[in-house]
Ligand binder design. Structure first.
Ligand SMILES: NC(=O)NCCC(=O)O
Ligand SMILES: [Zn+2]
Ligand SMILES: [Zn+2]
Length: 440
């Protein structure tokens, strides 16, 4: 058992206030937040002068060790969570994808993922469970996995990746009705997998084989259309909806539209979408372009990243994730000559806290309290773990980051903790560094 810890002289930041205070931690729990706590000789001491004391980041969207397209993502639950903690994130919510369409039960998939994660993970984690097909046994399995013993409270639906992860609309609607019954959250990847498939065939037939084909096969309207469709189906099922990786203005507008109608819809932009645009897909260097291949793709509109941040500021979008799903250069190269074979995914879990600070707070769009909201507190609320997580307060878990808003760090694959031979944020200079991460 580690000794009590006092964090002195820092500025505590919660989503609803910031104030000077010391913090006392015992046995992994915050037991006091007040002015001038006097450390006793047996206590550890951190001097947080000129630093912020913020709740550990919660990344609600990762794919550690995910098997897909015949490959497995490079960040397993050890390397991925090491990278998370190095960057100030103390909890991830990962996606468990049972092979349900081939008959695997949700529980068997859940146990597989737990078997990969439990021995290795070095921060807190939760699982959202993907439903890839509606089967006669699915409702019963959803009920079992949301029981308190297993604790799952969200399901994932892919409207893309036809033939593997994608569900049909009728199946998703049926499962959303079940989510509503179980008080579970439906999380949706919004694209039109069937139309994308046709576009891919057309582009390849025309000789477009490089990474630019990936973005050309997925016009922005396709994401907006699918986002609108997911909102409509969720509203019909009376089910709260969480749209993962909102990449475009059109998708964000669809979310705003349905919220204005009274629907409960949350929108999650990711670090990549807040910092980068789709010009990378046209880079002369094939491998450079392939590194950015993810779905939906980065927006072709260079003004999108800033607008997404402004929508987070305005409360039209709600929290930030990363979609950390890392394939290395060898794996990306499997798509040489055919862009549809480039494994989809990018990094982010280590750099999200810095990137969101840089693009949000340092650039003057949001204040530190909104920063805490969109990197931690809102995720904790949505996934029903607030205020145990997402808050610096008496009784909360000691998931704490000592954040130096004045430090500067240049992101690089040479220094990152991912098991990855590149970093999509390479060379970006970030003001604001998570100097110490305490993960209870
Ligand atoms: N996003 C992506 O390209 N890969 C990870 C799987 C997903 O979230 O769609
Ligand atoms: Zn996705
Ligand atoms: Zn994802």
């Amino acid at each position: 058992m580690s000794p009590p810890l006092v964090i002195k002289n820092g500025t505590v930041v919660n989503e609803d206030g910031m104030f000077k205070a010391d913090v006392l931690v015992k046995n992994g729990v915050i037991v006091e937040v007040s002015a001038n706590i006097i450390p006793l000789p047996d206590m550890e001491l951190i001097d947080a002068s000129d630093r912020l004391v913020i709740p550990g980041g919660i990344d609600p969207h990762t794919h550690m060790q995910m098997p897909y397209m015949g490959e497995v993502t490079k960040d397993d639950f050890l390397k991925g969570t090491e990278a998370a903690v190095a960057g100030g994130t103390t909890m991830i919510i990962d996606f468990c994808c049972p092979d349900h369409r081939n008959g695997e039960s949700l529980m068997s998939g859940y146990n597989r993922w737990r078997g990969w994660a439990d021995p290795k993970v070095c921060c807190d984690y939760g699982l959202s469970v993907a439903i890839t097909q509606w089967r006669p046994e699915t409702a019963e399995q959803m009920a079992l996995i949301t029981s308190p013993e297993y604790g799952v409270n969200s399901f994932k639906f892919y409207m893309a990746y036809e033939g593997t992860l994608m569900v049909r609309d009728d199946e998703m609607y049926r499962a959303m009705q079940e989510c509503a019954k179980l008080r579970a959250l439906a999380r949706v990847h919004c694209e039109n997998g069937a139309v994308i498939k046709e576009k891919e065939i057309d582009l390849l037939a025309k000789g477009v084989t490089g990474p630019e084909g990936h973005t050309q096969s997925r016009p922005e309207e396709i994401e907006a259309e699918a986002t609108n469709r997911a909102c409509v189906l969720a509203a019909q099922a009376n089910c709260p909806l969480y749209v993962v990786h909102v990449m475009t203005k059109g998708a964000a507008a669809a979310i705003s539209h349905h919220r204005a109608q009274g629907s409960i819809v949350f929108g999650e932009p990711i670090a990549a979408g807040l910092a980068l645009d789709g010009s990378h897909y046209y880079d002369d260097d094939w491998l450079h372009a392939a590194r950015y291949v993810m779905s939906p793709p980065l927006s072709r509109d260079p003004t999108t990243p800033e607008l997404l941040m402004k929508l987070l500021a305005a409360g039209e979008l709600h929290l930030t994730g990363t979609d950390n799903c890392t394939y290395d250069c060898r794996q990306k190269s499997l798509g040489k000559g055919n862009f549809t074979k480039i494994p989809n995914g990018i990094n982010g879990v280590e750099d999200r806290m810095s990137v969101v600070w840089e693009k949000g707070v340092h650039s003057g769009i949001i204040d530190p309290m909104r920063y805490v909201s969109i990197t931690s507190a809102t995720a904790a609320k949505i996934f029903n773990i607030y205020p145990k997580k997402g808050r610096i307060a008496v009784g909360s878990d000691a998931d704490i980051v000592i954040f130096n808003p004045n430090a500067i760090r240049t992101i690089s694959a040479d220094t990152h903790h991912h098991n990855l031979d590149f970093n999509i944020f390479e060379g970006i200079q970030c003001h604001g560094v998570a100097e110490i991460t305490i993960s209870s």
